[in-house]
Structures are given as structure tokens and as C-alpha cells.
Design a binder for this molecule. Sequence first.
Ligand code: AMP
Length: 592
Amino acid sequence: MVMPLMSLLSRTSLRSSLAHRPLLAHSSRSLSTLPNLPLFRALQNHDQSHLAVVHSASSRSFTYGNLVADVVRAKERLETTGDRNGLAGERIAFLAENSYDYVVTLLSILASDAIALPLSPAFPVGELKYIMDNSQAKVLLATEKYAGKAQDIVKAGLDREPVLDVRGKIVTGSNGEGVELRDLGQSRGGMMLYTSGTTNRPKGVLIPQSALTAQATSLLEAWKYTPADRLLHLLPLHHIHGTVNAIVTPILAGSSIEFMFPFNTDAVWRRLAAPFLSDSSSKITFLTAVPTVYNRLMSSFSALPVDVQEAARKGIAPENLRLNISGSAALPTPTKKAWQDLSNGNVLLERFGMTEVGMAISCGLDFTDRVDGSVGWPLPGVEARLVDPETNEVIQPGEEVDANGRQREGEIQLRGSTIFQEYWANEKATREAFVDCGDGRGKWFKTGDVATRRTVDGAGQGTSGDWAQGPMYFIQGRLSVDIIKTGGEKVSALEVERELLSLPQVSEAAVVGLPSEQWGQKVAAVVVLDAEKAAATGRNGKPWGALDMRRALKDRLASYKMPQEMKVLDGPIPRNAMGKVNKKTLVKEVFG
Ligand code: AMP
């Protein structure tokens, strides 16, 4: 549907005012419906008076009853934007702040059997235009806060002009009584997220509703979310981590989600401390974040007043913070150890996942199943294997060590009901991402991540669940950037980073491969130093440097793994919102 901009804008203001209209009881209309899908069945079955979403700063809070009613209303309004072809399978892009309104919008799109496409408000218009054009979105929804941005996107001239619908803040007032579940038949809805596009332009990852449900069901079984959980939500909402782990799964479980975004260390510490400073707020039981978030929290801790420090430490102790999870990038062991010390024994649970597969491999709830440097076992419903990238041989259980006694590295390949369907409008990329092994049980997705697998004494006894048994996976890095081939040997950048970070002088590290005539590639390190410790431990009047680094690691790293170059940065290593370093850009910027 193509509409001139002026009529779009007038339609926009009409719609915005509709959003503020007082709520009418549903009984005056025909019965409202939601699709008979696991997520909506769960929504309806939860205690309707239980808190679903809390907004930390304003204390706005919403029950599951409110959520059901508001999702129904938003879905009905959304359906008025569809033409006679309806919305099934259509992409509905939306710009919304981290809030109740985001949750309602996401669920209302799923309830319309459409594909929810959350856009990052932080992206420039040009990138959002690319996503709109690539996805051929039919509707662009925006909260009032992002009305201007949404209009700028439309004005940029899109290939398929969307229906623009700006919505005022949701003013809730009813609960979801009288909502009926209706069978959809073949579902065409789901979610679409764009990859971060470190090598090519971002790709649209289509996660059908069934995969979304499978991902959430798997996490629910492994991490045991419950209605008693209050999850503190600190993450952006256009990534799998912030959406599936921290919205869809807690909602399936009936937990409460508390939004606190953008991330601010002082505010987070004070919130964690609040219930232990005679404040009436509920304690946080569930935190899921990226390693940089834990690092930043810890480096700001000493600036807190002493009473807040004491209360915050209680807030993150294992008896209060039931579960603290780290993922999206490798968790350095010193970070894990420092968090454990600060929290009086809480152990970060590490897991591995990606946009295309949701969460795939995870450590277990039992502390003995959270092994340093490991991401654990394939989650319930996920099948994983390791494939030697050079020979294409599957590394069978029991064949993980080569003739020289070295751990064999293989690409992680995955299959199961949690895996995405396709890269949107990119048949070639989809074809290349999957491999068929001919056993008639479906294709394997090639993650591009390399791991080793080994049994760890004392772990994997099944105490965290049947799925958490046997040998564990250890991520070595991305095949394309983190597996460095030097003089015929393979070096895992992640392993070298872990060793560098264990040195007191090094506060950040990224290890990369540089082209080398002699070696093919050589190992190089980009580091940020702890200024005080580096100044105090240098020699001959010079601050701590590359020679000292090599000396310190001599007994820990084989000589071919030792960084041959080390560049010290003044500021932090550039990372994206999920704490990931784009190593290709870093190499260009630092080494030219
Ligand atoms: P994304 O699709 O943006 O979530 O990025 C997925 C990528 O993040 C994976 O392919 C891995 O390279 C990386 N990743 C996720 N979790 C971990 C982890 N626990 N350790 C190391 N890398 C990770």
C-alpha cells in the first residue's frame, strides 16, 4: 500500500489520538481473541494480578491482566492497518523504548500472525532504511518518542512505503477477561532480527513463531524461570539476548521484568541494593548481561557509599540473586572470579548463542556445572556436533584428542526446532549456511564458531538436568577472525585473550591475526593497561610493556601462541552494544 506522506502524517496523528482514548469495555464488541499458541496460552493462564512489567525509573507497573488486555487492543488496532490480504507473514517494523509499550507491541505483532521486526532507535536513519528496504516491511510502528525518527525513515524514500502508525503511551485500565484463544492453523508469524553485519551488510534472520517458542521452552527448562523471578533488564531490544532470554522466556514463565535502560552502573547498583536498604522494592533474582556489563559494574563499585556497597553485595549474593548469566561474548575468567568474590560466592553462568539459533549451549544451574572457560552442554532440544573445518570430518564423541594429544577444534554445527528458518530474501546465504548430512533428520546450521569438547571432572553429572551431562564445549572463537593460523599451528584468540586478562596489568585485550610473510599470520594483541599497575611494575624506568608481557606468559602459553606484537590503547577497546569487538575494523584502525 503506497500512501502520500501528508496523508500518512494525518493518519498518524489520528492514530496517536486514538491511543489516548479512554478504554472501552470489550463486552460492547464481539469477543476478543488471541491465537491459540503456547505463548498466549501461558499469558492467559498466569495469575492475572501478578506483575508482568515494571519500569524502574517511573515505577509504572503492569500486571499480566493488563498485558493480555493491552495486547488484544494493540492487535485489533494493528489489524486495521492490514488490507484484505491481512497481516499474516508481513513484516511489522517498530521503534520503541525499552518499556511495557515495547512488550505489548512485540506480542501484538505475534498475535496478528505477523513478523515482528524491532529496530534499534540508536541506528542512523540510513541503516534503518536499509533494513526497511531489505525486509519490505508493510507497517512501521513507533512510540511518540520516536515519531520523528520514524518520519525521517519514511521521508528517506523507501522501496515499499509502509503504513506509519505512531502510538501514544499505553494507558492501561482493564484486564484481559473475556479473551478467547483461537486456532491459527498454519502460523506465518515470528520475529526478524538483523545480524550485526561485521563482514557483509546485515542479514535479516527469520525466526518463525515455532522456533521462538522452542527457544523459550528450552531456556525455561534449563534455567527454570518462575513467577517468583524478577529479571532486571539492561539490554538493547534488537538482539536475541534482550528479546528471547529477557522478554519472551520470562513472559512464558510468568516472571516479572523490570526495565532499566540505558545501562547506568550507579543506578543498577542502587537498584540491586534497594531492598537491603529498608526500601520496599522487590529483590532482583535474575540478571542476564554481557561480560562488559559485569566488568563495568565491578569497576564502578568502589565509588558507591559504604552502606550502598554493603547492601549491593547482599543484592547479588547467591541467596538473593538466584541466577546471574553472562553471554554474547567470551567471559574472562578474572571477571567471573571477581564477581564471585564480590557477591559472596555467586558464580556467573556462561552460555553460547547467536541470532540464528537463540541460545544453543549453556552451563547448568548447579554451581559445579559452571566450569571456567566452558559454555556447557547443548540446551534441551538442541543437537550439536563439531566438524573439523579442514577435513569436514565430524569429530565423534571419544575422538576429541588427536594423535599428538592435542584437543581437536571443530566448527559448532547445530540443528533442532530452535534454529532459524532463513536469511530474508537471501537464498544464497541461507543455502551456504546449512549442510545436509543425509541422515534424513534435517540440515545442520554452520555457526562459524569453533570449539573443543572435553569431559570435566565433577561436572556434567546430571544435577542441572538430563541435558547437562557428558563432555562440555569450550569456545575458541570465530572461524573467520579468532582462529589464527601461524606457522602451520592454530591459535585461538580467545585463549590468548584469557591469559592476557589474567595479568594484573591488563584490563582489556583483543587478540588478532595479522598477515605475515614468514608465518602466514602472526599473533598480535591490542590491550588497555591498568595505568597504576603498569607504572608500578615496569622496569628500567619504562612502564610495563610487550617484553614484560611475554615474560609473564612464558610458562602459560606455547611460544607460537605468544603475541609477537602488542599495541597499547589509551581508551577502551571499541565494542558494540553487546560488548563485542569488531576485530576486522580494529585491525584496520590499530595496525593500518
Ligand atoms: P549475535 O548473533 O550477535 O548474538 O552473535 C553471536 C556470536 O557471539 C556467536 O557466533 C559467537 O561468536 C559470540 N558468542 C556468543 N556467546 C558467546 C560466548 N559465551 N563465548 C564466546 N563467544 C560468544
